[in-house]
Design a protein around this ligand. Structure first.
Ligand SMILES: [Zn+2]
Length: 261
């Protein structure tokens, strides 16, 4: 199968997909390429600039999107990622389009783990999401300030707290690791370690299922902390202007498990 072009129209994610099958390959045509007018349509889309892929989130799109739609965009983007169906993007075009301003629809708090790059696993481009990354996706004043800027000042409609499986910071907290400033950071995860010990009595803290439980408890604890520690964000959330959701990214499958609590 040859080049795949995508055209995403606004946040409703209306995607026209075209599989252009190389004549040199002995494979059956798929999708729109079965249409006898596929070549003409491809040419028309190319002339219209559609083959350059989706543009960055615009001001109008950011203003129109609801918190639920923002979550749906992250879910759809992650589904594209783990199925290997990510959108084609013209990065130079995105660069030009975002130089004058940004209108991200969400802010994602996640771990620094090199295997969890938010823009990639949610299949987003320049100007689409704010990302805040810290080991163990913990919360502190600077991170809360970043989220307040993202939502109150810059108009993001969703706060998403993302933990992940096999997290080194979570394992460090479970094992009582101590090292310089890291000790203070891991202390923020300790209440979730204590809660996991109550929930899973007898399970060694070094076991993987125990660490996975701590990762899940930690994102829920951070979610609670955001509401409790930031009156600015609490007001936005309680008034329905901003959503607050959590999830866990699976390093093996590439899937984000989105929680409903
Ligand atoms: Zn991690």
């Amino acid at each position: 199968m040859g080049t795949i072009y995508y055209y995403e129209m606004n946040s409703a994610a209306i995607v026209a997909r075209m599989n252009v099958t190389s004549a040199r390959q002995n494979t059956k045509p798929q999708g729109l390429s079965r249409c006898p007018h596929a070549c003409a349509l491809a040419a028309a889309l190319l002339m219209a600039g559609c083959a350059t892929g989706p543009g960055p989130t615009t001001k109008a799109q950011q203003q129109a999107i609801t918190p639920a739609q923002a979550r749906a965009k992250l879910e759809a983007g992650n589904a594209r990622f783990f199925t290997g169906d990510t959108l084609h993007r013209d990065w130079r075009r995105q660069l030009k389009a975002t130089a004058g301003g940004q209108y991200p629809f969400a802010v994602v708090l996640s771990c620094i783990d090199s295997r969890v790059p938010d823009e990639i696993i949610f299949d987003q481009g320049l100007g689409d999401i704010f990302t805040v990354r810290v080991a163990g996706n913990v919360l502190d004043d600077e991170i809360l300030g970043s989220m307040e800027f993202a939502c109150k000042m810059a108009g993001a409609k969703l706060i998403f707290v993302l933990g992940h499986t096999r997290c080194g910071a979570i394992k460090g907290a479970c094992g009582g690791a101590q090292l310089g400033h890291l000790t203070c950071l891991l202390d923020r995860i300790k209440p979730s370690v204590a809660a996991a010990k109550e929930k899973l009595p007898g399970v060694p803290a070094t076991d993987e299922p125990f660490a996975e439980e701590v990762a899940e408890l930690n994102v829920q604890s951070v979610k609670k902390g955001i509401r409790e520690q930031s009156p600015v964000l609490r007001d936005l959330i309680d008034s329905g202007q901003v959503g607050l959701d959590t999830g866990i990214y699976d390093l093996k499958s590439g899937k984000v498990r989105f929680f409903n609590h």
